[in-house]
Design a protein around this ligand. Structure first.
Ligand SMILES: [Zn+2]
Length: 92
């Protein structure tokens, strides 16, 4: 596939490999993303459910550290609850 750029002066072009298989993969990827977005938007509009955060969040994301801390707190809390559940009851 070749793209041509015509600026004032000499036209320039960029060529890159793009096959039917790549095109179909891109179409499938975009369709899946669009479907997710439609579901999230519907959940937000009808049930006020916030958009989910991606599991593969990058450190440059402004919510990365916040969500990491939140996940750690939740996991600590779950371990505490489990630890309490493991303590044997004392008969009085
Ligand atoms: Zn993120």
């Amino acid at each position: 596939m070749t793209y041509w750029f015509v600026k004032s002066g000499k036209p320039k072009n960029i060529s890159f490999n793009y096959s039917e298989a790549l095109h179909q993969q891109t179409q499938a990827d975009l369709s899946a993303l669009l479907l997710e977005l439609e579901t999230w938007l519907q959940n937000y509009q009808q049930h006020q459910i916030d958009f989910p955060h991606r599991a593969d969040c990058q450190p440059k994301c402004p919510y990365h550290q916040f969500l990491l801390d939140k996940a750690t707190i939740q996991s600590d809390r779950q371990e505490l609850i489990k630890a309490i559940a493991d303590i044997e009851e004392i008969s009085i």
